[in-house]
Design a binder for this molecule. Structure first.
Ligand code: GLC
Length: 453
């Protein structure tokens, strides 16, 4: 788990105020209600109109690529370097001239995303540092007018679309570069000016780039939803982009929740997406070598699918746009797995079977997918299954698997001694009804008397 969440939390809390706290809770999605929600708050908890129609594709998609790229990539010390190292704005601004990406790196990102089995991409259009990848009339601090000399946001969208991937923008409300970015909390005139700037940029993004599939807001410090005029923001976005989905980080419910660096399902009926880094940094960090294994990534994807969520996995390209070699290696392995086993992931529904010491699960209709990550040998046993298994097969080969079902367990037998697939082998079991699991039945009712020993 990343420690940046804590650092950031401390940082924002240190700056004080309820709005900071609100920003933190919305970001980490761990809001704790101390009093019953008021009607206005309740309305804010509902997704925007037409949610069911707009979110359909995303529910099927399950797996997306997050891209954090900006001036911080030039430093290569994490995307929070400006704030955490206290770099003066004037010094940091110099990076905008040094930022000279190679031609069209997003093509490689999109190809890799496709190969990894990802179905959509989200790129930072402006991170907290305030630098914009897109063409904006509202500041000169943007890619077309600085080192890159071209519109990197457009390049990104074109690359994603060329691979048939859905795509959209991350956009940070918090802005460390804009002179009003912090003091907007202090007086009304400044707030008005800054909120107009932010809404103006969001309008540009939603007007100048064709159909966007996603708008991914981030950190709302230092204002609250009222201060940001978040309702008006969402209304504008949906008017300009009637098919888009928006997240919850402008402090409204949005179409989906955004647990960060952890996989925590939201309540049934609520869409969610766990976003996660492959090492500990979102932006390029030369020295961060704490990479997750491909197996961990695959297991995380399965957990998201099991609990009805999506997995948005990050790459932090280098300043020239090249993808860190380790990320390519990890995603290539993940892709080889999704290529063969994707049918157990895409379109999966919430699965009530969860308990095993060596496997995880996903489900589509009455089909239970048993994802074995620690291969036990020639038999795989699952306890407490509450439905009848009708047939079973190895997902990749379709080869039938024998099984024996008893009251407290089902055993899949005659399997190879070593795992047939890597890093996770999937057994698909067709069941008579939606598979559920009752471990309490084992705990309470499994006979415990000794028989002839
Ligand atoms: C946090 C971080 C940020 C990152 C984001 C992704 O809010 O501040 O650097 O972009 O999470 O979820």
């Amino acid at each position: 788990m990343s420690t940046i969440g804590i650092t950031r939390r401390d940082y924002l809390a240190g700056l004080g105020g309820g709005a900071a706290a609100a920003a933190i809770t919305a970001t980490s999605c761990k809001r704790k209600e101390t009093k019953p929600a008021q009607p206005a708050e309740k309305a804010a908890e509902a997704p925007p109109p037409d949610h069911e129609r707009r979110i359909q594709w995303w529910r099927q998609a399950k797996f997306g690529m997050f891209v954090h790229w900006g001036l911080y990539s030039v430093l290569g010390r994490h995307e929070w370097a400006m704030e955490e190292e206290g770099i003066p704005v004037a010094a940091y601004e110099q990076l905008a001239k040094q930022f000279k990406p190679k031609s069209n790196p997003a093509r490689d990102w999109a190809k890799l995303a496709k190969r990894a089995g990802m179905k959509y991409m989200v790129m930072t259009s402006k991170h907290h540092e305030g630098f914009c990848h897109f063409d904006t009339k509202l500041t000169n601090y943007c890619a077309p007018k600085q080192g890159p000399g071209r519109d990197l946001a457009r390049e990104f969208l074109e690359a994603a679309r060329a691979e048939g991937l859905r795509c959209g923008f991350y956009y940070s409300l918090m802005d460390w570069h804009h002179p009003d970015g912090a003091r907007c909390a202090n007086d009304e005139q400044t707030r008005r000016r800054f909120v107009d700037y932010i809404h103006g940029q969001i309008r540009e993004l939603c007007t100048n780039y064709g159909t966007l599939d996603i708008l991914w807001y981030d950190v709302a410090w230092p204002l609250d939803a009222q201060g940001w005029e978040s309702q008006k923001m969402n209304d504008m976005v949906l008017k300009l982009q009637p098919d888009i989905i928006v997240n919850n980080r402008n402090l409204l419910a949005g179409d989906f929740g955004t647990p960060e660096q952890e996989i925590v399902a939201e309540k049934e009926g609520r869409d969610w997406e766990a976003c996660m880094t492959m090492n500990e940094s979102w932006g390029y960090h030369k020295a961060d070598d704490n990479w997750k294994s491909p197996k961990t990534i695959v297991r995380n994807l399965i957990t998201c699918a099991r609990d009805g969520g999506n997995y948005l996995l990050n790459i932090g390209p280098k300043p020239d746009g090249a993808i860190p070699e380790e990320s390519v290696r990890i995603l290539s392995t993940v892709g080889a797995w999704t290529d063969k086993n994707g049918s157990a992931i895409y379109g999966a529904e919430r699965c009530k079977v969860r308990d095993s010491l060596f496997a995880n699960f996903s489900r589509k209709g009455n089909t239970l997918y048993i994802h074995v990550h620690f291969w036990p040998g020639d038999a795989v046993a699952i306890g407490g299954l509450q439905t009848k298994v009708k047939s079973a097969r190895l997902l990749t080969t379709g080869k039938p698997v024998n099984f024996k079902q008893e009251e407290f367990r089902v055993q899949f037998t005659g399997l190879p001694a070593t795992a047939p697939d890597n890093p996770v082998t999937v057994i698909a079991a067709e069941c008579e009804s939606e598979p559920t699991q009752d471990m309490q039945n084992i705990r309470k009712n499994r006979p415990r008397e000794q028989v002839g020993v």
